[in-house]
Design a protein around this ligand. Sequence first.
Ligand code: AMP
Length: 515
Amino acid sequence: MTANLYALFASRFPADKTACCIETHDGQYYTWGDIERASARMANLLSSLGLPSGARIAVQVEKSPEAVILYLATLRAGFVYLPLNTAYRAAEIEYFIGDAKPAVFVCSPQNFGWIAQIAFKAGTRHLFTLDEGAGGNGRRNSGSLLARAMHHPDQFETVEKQADDLAVILYTSGTTGRSKGAMLSHGNIGSNAQVLQQYWHWQADDVLLHALPLFHIHGLLVAANGALLNGSKMIFLPKFDAAEVCRQLPRSTVFMGVPTYYVRLLANSGFDRNTCRNIRLFVSGSAPLLTDTFAEFIARTGHTILERYGMSETAMLTSNPYASERRGGTVGLPLPGVSLRLMTTDGNGDDVVCGTDQIGEIGEIQVKGPNVFLGYWCMPEKTAEEFTADGYFKTGDVGKLDSEGYLAIVGRSKDLIISGGYNVYPKEIESVIDEIDGVLESAVIGIPHEDFGEAVTAVIVKRPEATLTTADVIALMKNTIANFKVPKQVFFAEKLPRNTMGKVQKNLLRERYGT
Ligand code: AMP
């Protein structure tokens, strides 16, 4: 039997193919039949290009139902889907194309010029455009991908895949500043989606309000896959907008978001019990949900947000339970099939697993299970480093377990900053700042922020004669890197605090600038 993820979804599509699969915020409907036919046309187009098996289809487009169709078409045709954050600019795209060597790149029409230059130079043979305003039945403008796909048949026999075959590459930055492509197989993604369907009690009549981006694990592999596997309708918002979410919530039963979304909903005075009257489940993840937000949400709506934890390399690992107690400040229990342990060092400096008699002891979270990825794209040494001898993946997150096995994440061993649900790696930002004229050195830290969870904050030591201002730094950075990585605050200091090993003591900086 094939392990192709699309075949798994298709086996669960509703019998009535005229039912709605995706409804856009402006009232367009895509039935399950539309999705099948449109993904078949696109799969035929991709197959007609004569690409080798395992070819990467890199995609940097605005969110749209057609982007979901492209994802499904890539799976159907047996190629590898590689979504990229829409905020990425030239330097970042150049790196991803150089690293992943995609055979096909699909971009927004407005980016065609500069992406074409990068892509063709790097040997990418096929470049298509996909407009966010694209729509079925020629209702709106489309781009070359849809124009070409229209000439292909609307039937396609889904390519056979094994569970271990590569399906999706998700790029996750590294602390060294070098992004790593996490390779997820059909089996990794399919098994995780099935576990979540059971664990979160997906219902036949569920309607998912989808406000997350599609290029990240949360919006693509948790939210969209959840609805596709359950044959549930999605109400599709192009992006999170608190007022629009409040308008659509009464028509929905499931909502998933990053903590920032919940903070923004609570800041909206119209958001109340009545808005949430039909909601069955609110899920939060990608960054820590503050216990204040968790408690305020219960008080305002009567709903207890279910917090879960996962990462690009592993898909979902833990979740608060559906039917029993959801504990604020924790990410719940290991999902079925996930083996999770905390690793610490003993008195001799040797690695040891925290025992059950050491409740509350902090250790590095390590995991094993069918959801754990195949490894990093073209980085066998890095992959080997991140696994233990007995096959556990080292998440880089640090946590502790309570007496009933609920996991709390206490920090990130690698100083990752999560701002608005996006990962920001200090090292990458520091390298950009250090290039600016007048900068001697810099340190980038995350400072708690009500709205973003953490705000990217830069501490800069200027060269003696430099006249650099905060505004200069921010303006220069906005031209260089994605907006979500640009520091929200910039401080100037005489020098950076360092330990005896010469390492910058970021904990001291967080204390100094975090209040
Ligand atoms: P990503 O690969 O972008 O999904 O980022 C994964 C990282 O996000 C994890 O390694 C955690 O550090 C963090 N993360 C995800 N979910 C949570 C959560 N519920 N609470 C705290 N951190 C989280």
